[in-house]
Structure formats: structure tokens, C-alpha cells
Design a protein around this ligand. Structure first.
Ligand SMILES: O=c1cc[nH]c(=O)[nH]1
Length: 224
């Protein structure tokens, strides 16, 4: 059963409200012992990307086609248009790869963003690099595993949408905070959210609690 919550026009798919096996992948990426295996962490993120890509595909348009088999002509289906898969480096890369395994003809967009720390302990999100095809009138699926404050997600999406008039925006995260969801709702009201789980709390450094820790570090090693 698929759970959609319609709230102020925003559609939210919350995986934790379903009986999907993908909940096991979420349990594993959260588990502090299983996390020690970086390859398993990346693989589980990739599997989540694949799972969300299948779920999102159910909302896309298909056209009927005919395919010649060795024995005859079969009625088949094809996407009427390819989405563009976007992600925020570096943490988004495994989930992005999982989506690309499904939407294997999709073009991709990358945004490099980081938390620029101030001496006060506060931070702002800085964008360093954008690499994107023309997104005019395209369906864009933006994946970032952790939707904490929602600031980097909103900033990166707005960066892309400031350059191009995107037709449809899907946002995918393994774990979101309630605050992050509120921030996205307030700033990207037309986006559709696909979330593995929604946690209530954040630390003073804006890490999600219970969350899973630092997704980029767990996938690729602790950054300095
Ligand atoms: O909890 C969090 C928040 C942001 N980024 C992470 O990797 N983890």
C-alpha cells in the first residue's frame, strides 16, 4: 500500500508508513554496527535510490508501444519523456546511482554544496559548482540522502530552477527531519517529496536525531 500525505498541496510519500522491504535498507543504514561496512552503506543507499525510482516511475507518463519479439509483436510501454536525475555531491552519489540504474537513459545534473562554517558555530550553505543539462520543461528528480534543515536542498533546487523553468520537481531523501520537511514545503511548495523516514529532532549542529550520522562520511570516509 502506498501512503501519500497531501498537505498544503505538497505530496509526501513516507516509506516508513508502508510494509516495503526497503524499510530494512533504512534500518541498516541507521545501524551503528552495520554502518562500519562502508560498501554495505553505499549499497543500501543505492538500493534506496532504486526503490524510490520505481515508486516515482509509477507517477510518470507512459505510451503504448509495440516490440518485435522472436515470436511475434508484444504490446509494451515506454516512458513518454526521460526525467533528469540531479544530486548534491558527495553524499548524494550512491542514491543517485541507484536511480540511474532504473532511469538508465536519463541525463544528470550535479550540484556541489557544503556547509560554510562561521566562528559562531553557525553555518550557511555555499554552492561551488553546478553541472546541468537544459532543464526547461523537464521533470527533475533531486536526490540527497539527508534532509536536515532543508537549506541545502532548497538552495540547490532554487539554483537550478533559477536557471531553467522546470516542469515537475521530485525530492528524494532517505531520512528527513520535520523541520527540513517544513522548510521545503514553505520554499518549494510544488515539489513532491519521497522520504524514507521523518525524524523529529536535530542536534545543535543540525544533524538529524536519531538519523544515522554523516551520510557522506559513512559512504566515503571522514572528511577533514
Ligand atoms: O544528520 C545529518 C544531517 C546532514 N547531513 C548528514 O549527513 N547527516
Amino acid at each position: 500500500m502506498v501512503i501519500f500525505i497531501f498537505y498544503l498541496y505538497i505530496m509526501i510519500f513516507d516509506l516508513s508508513k508502508t510494509n516495503s522491504i526497503a524499510n530494512v535498507f533504512i534500518a541498516e543504514i541507521r545501524d551503528k554496527d552495520i554502518q562500519k561496512d562502508a560498501m554495505r552503506f553505499r549499497t543500501n543507499m543505492e538500493r534506496l535510490g532504486t526503490f524510490f525510482a520505481f515508486e516515482i516511475s509509477k507517477t510518470l507518463s507512459f505510451q503504448q508501444t509495440e516490440t518485435q519479439t522472436p515470436l511475434g509483436i508484444a504490446k509494451t510501454a515506454q516512458l513518454t519523456e526521460q526525467p533528469v536525475l540531479a544530486t548534491i555531491t558527495r553524499a548524494g552519489i550512491p542514491m543517485h546511482q541507484g536511480m540511474l540504474n532504473v532511469f538508465d537513459r536519463a541525463e544528470c545534473a550535479f550540484v556541489a554544496a557544503y556547509r560554510k562554517m562561521h566562528k559562531t558555530g553557525h553555518f550557511e550553505i555555499a554552492i561551488e559548482y553546478v553541472s546541468s543539462p537544459d532543464l526547461t520543461d523537464r521533470i527533475v528528480i533531486m536526490a540527497d540522502p539527508m534532509l536536515a534543515t532543508g537549506m541545502s536542498m532548497v538552495l540547490c533546487c532554487k539554483e537550478l530552477m533559477g536557471r531553467y523553468k522546470v516542469k515537475e520537481l521530485h525530492i528524494v531523501s532517505a531520512i528527513a527531519s520535520s523541520e527540513g520537511v517544513r522548510h521545503v514545503k514553505a520554499n518549494l511548495p510544488k515539489a513532491k517529496l519521497w522520504l524514507g523516514s521523518i525524524d523529529e529532532e536535530m542536534t545543535s549542529k543540525s544533524y538529524i536525531v536519531p538519523g544515522l550520522g554523516d551520510a557522506g562520511d559513512l559512504a566515503y570516509g571522514v572528511k577533514i
